[in-house]
Design a protein around this ligand. Structure first.
Ligand SMILES: CC(C)(COP(=O)(O)OP(=O)(O)OC[C@H]1O[C@@H](n2cnc3c(N)ncnc32)[C@H](O)[C@@H]1OP(=O)(O)O)[C@@H](O)C(=O)NCCC(=O)NCCS
Length: 165
């Protein structure tokens, strides 16, 4: 699916590896290994994964602050529960195993770990046009928040900064 569907298999695999390396480096915010889960087959092959990162406090109400913890070292999720926003950064299931509740099970495991750390909420996002992801989030009880890329919000921000009539 977009943005990977137009790539060749090799390009797509390389892009996937780059994305995972980016997450491992903390490029989307510090990774929370204890709340990130992988479903593997008998030979250790990855069938599905769900990766959780930490976003700055207030991220839920103001996703524009998404960038401020980029590439920072991981705060201890146990210590920083009250200060950080847990964020579902990636969830993917091999097409061979999709439609069997795998992603929902990974989410349940992750949510238990996050709750044990004291996190009260989990944010997530999906690309417009990714209907299966939207349906999956809806089915798992996520609440739809205002679109952070809304033009009205963008213009309001410019006005507040005195840069828009
Ligand atoms: C989206 C994705 C993670 C779902 O994984 P999954 O293990 O198949 O999902 P589940 O079986 O837990 O689905 C639970 C519910 O989500 C909804 N859902 C999931 N896939 C759906 C689809 N293709 N079409 C419509 N609804 C879907 C259904 O309501 C489903 O419940 P049901 O089986 O009772 O109908 C998986 O399809 C995937 O990896 N997609 C490609 C990567 C991606 O888009 N990731 C999300 C990026 S934000």
């Amino acid at each position: 699916m977009p943005p990977f569907c137009s790539l060749t298999d090799e390009e797509s695999e390389a892009a996937g590896r780059d994305c995972m390396e980016h997450v491992r480096r903390g490029g989307d915010g510090p990774l929370v290994p204890a709340a990130s889960v992988v479903a593997a087959g008998e030979k250790g092959e990855v069938r599905a994964a769900l990766l959780v990162v930490l976003k700055p406090p207030g991220y839920r109400d103001d996703p524009w602050r998404w960038d401020s913890w980029r590439n920072t070292s991981a705060p201890d999720p146990a210590v920083d529960a009250g200060k950080a926003q847990a964020h579902l950064d990636w969830v993917f299931v091999s097409p061979w195993y999709a439609g069997n509740g795998v992603a929902s099970s990974l989410l349940a495991r992750s949510a238990i770990a996050l709750r044990d750390f004291g996190h009260a909420s989990l944010t997530s996002s999906f690309m417009l046009g990714n209907g299966e992801s939207m349906a999956w989030h809806w089915r798992n009880g996520f609440e739809l928040l205002p679109n952070p890329a809304s033009m009205r919000n963008f213009q309001r921000r410019l006005r507040e900064a005195g840069a828009h009539p």
